[in-house]
Ligand binder design. Structure first.
Ligand SMILES: Cc1ncc(COP(=O)(O)O)c(C=O)c1O
Length: 439
């Protein structure tokens, strides 16, 4: 590859979730990574405040992960997992299941968070059918939710632009209200006191459609992509109780919260609420290879295991489910999380990180700050008539002028550094944003 990509070389790739024309005028190219940093094509070092895209929880280009992938590529490049299997996929599944709470003992592998949502919803619908309740096909999501871009994800999701462009495709769905209310919750450090009652809306939704129509409720235990919305105290507990009462499955989307982001292997553990199905991706390989999956409760799995020996139990799967390179990356990543105590590290740093985030209160344009674990979001006041413009401009300024990469969603900036982050990096990140806002 040449040192610099030319305008022509940028043309073919249609970047996802990106204003492509603007990007290609002034591209943000990440050419190399190491630990807490990216490097651009000139070798300029950029602090990664976003773990790439909520992925690189163990930091970038960790040698044990790179070595495991290289070894797998040279030993078993590909093996099907339809009717066959290979050792690393079984090992990865067992180790992920061992980290999960309750009876979430089985793993269905996918390649992404979006596929994990589709898979979890399909398992939920098929499980009800297998038990003689074939009318349970609806899913209940939540406003502002992000569950990826597959059909189940955009149906259950609650971000307008991800749905409205695609007409009426997808699963039949209804939505709970978002748990955020600035008047009640502004500048909360951790879980808000206000908002548990919003889970009671589920009773109304059930009364409207009838429990016999509803397969599952899916929520992110902490809504991430929409801008870090920690669950109000008591909210998830209520969802658990109401779903159990009505025979509805509860799915936690832990694509962001899984693998240490909230100081525990899964948010389910941190909040003490165990769902029936739990989706993951991103951190499972620290982003080094595409992998996702669904953790499935024992009783759900066993329902599918009752057919004759020659009959497939679940008509679902991906060519790359449990791919050897991804499975090897997952095992090496889990070793690092364990050996370096990275989930515990996230927990220990939470208070420091939260205080650093809240030190920006009062800076020009800061409308709200929220945080939990090693995730924080800063809402900026929008520019009148141009929602999202201020956030976009600040993100670019930080990248080009202050060597800091953050994630932006509208006018919200999100911090989710690798879990190897040091206190000095935390000071640097929030310090740079503070300086940028003051300027
Ligand atoms: C909670 C959640 N679910 C699902 C997804 C989709 O994951 P992917 O982009 O790997 O399909 C994301 C991505 O950010 C996510 O945050």
């Amino acid at each position: 590859m040449s040192a610099h990509l030319t305008t022509n070389q940028l043309e073919a790739f249609w970047l996802p979730f990106t204003p492509n024309t603007e990007f290609k005028r002034n591209p943000r190219i990440l050419a190399r990574a190491e630990g807490m940093y990216y490097f651009d094509q000139d070798g300029r070092r950029v602090l990664d405040g976003a773990a790439g895209l909520w992925c690189a929880n163990a930091g970038h280009c960790r040698k044990p992960i790179a070595d495991a992938i290289a070894k797998a590529a040279a030993t078993l490049d590909f093996a099907p997992t339809f009717q066959f299997g290979h050792p690393a996929a079984f090992e990865a599944a067992a180790r992920i299941a061992a980290l999960a709470p309750g009876d979430l003992n089985h793993v269905f592998f996918t390649n992404s968070g979006s596929e994990s949502t589709d898979t979890a919803v399909k398992i939920a619908v098929a499980w009800h059918r297998a038990r003689g309740e074939a009318t349970r096909t609806m899913i209940i999501g939540r406003e502002r939710a992000y569950h990826g871009v597959g059909m189940a994800g955009i149906s259950a999701g609650g971000i307008g632009n991800n749905r409205k462009w695609f007409g009426s495709l997808g699963f039949r769905a209804d939505h709970l209200s978002a748990t955020y209310n600035r008047a009640e919750q502004a500048f909360t450090n951790g879980q808000p006191e206000w908002g548990a009652h919003l889970a009671d809306e589920l009773e109304k939704i059930i009364a409207l459609h009838d429990a016999s129509a509803i397969a599952a409720v899916i929520v992110e235990p902490m809504a991430g992509s929409t801008g870090v919305l920690p669950p109000p105290k008591g909210y998830l507990e209520k969802l658990r109780a109401i779903t159990a009462k009505h025979g509805i499955l509860l799915i936690f989307d832990e694509v962001i919260t899984g693998f240490g982001r909230l100081g525990a292997a899964f948010a389910a553990e941190r909040f003490g609420v165990t769902p029936d199905l739990l989706t993951f991706a991103k951190g499972v390989t620290s982003g080094a290879a595409p992998m996702g999956g669904v953790l499935v409760d024992k009783r759900i799995y066993e329902q599918f295991m009752t057919g004759p020996d020659h009959a497939i139990d679940m008509f679902h799967g991906y060519t790359y489910s449990g791919h050897p390179l991804a499975a090897a990356a997952a095992c090496a990543t889990l070793d690092l999380y364990r050996d370096e105590g990275l989930f515990e590290r996230a927990k220990e740093l939470e208070v420091y990180f939260g205080e650093a985030a809240h030190s920006l209160k009062g800076k020009p344009g800061v409308a709200d700050i929220r945080n939990i674990g090693l995730a924080a979001a800063i809402d900026l006041d929008p520019i009148a008539g141009a929602p999202g413009k201020r956030g976009f401009e600040v993100m670019k300024h930080l990248f080009f002028e202050r060597d800091l990469m953050l994630r932006v969603a509208g006018d919200t900036l999100a911090f989710s550094p690798p879990l190897i982050v040091e206190k000095a990096h935390i000071d640097e990140m929030f310090g740079k944003l503070g300086e940028a806002l003051a300027a």
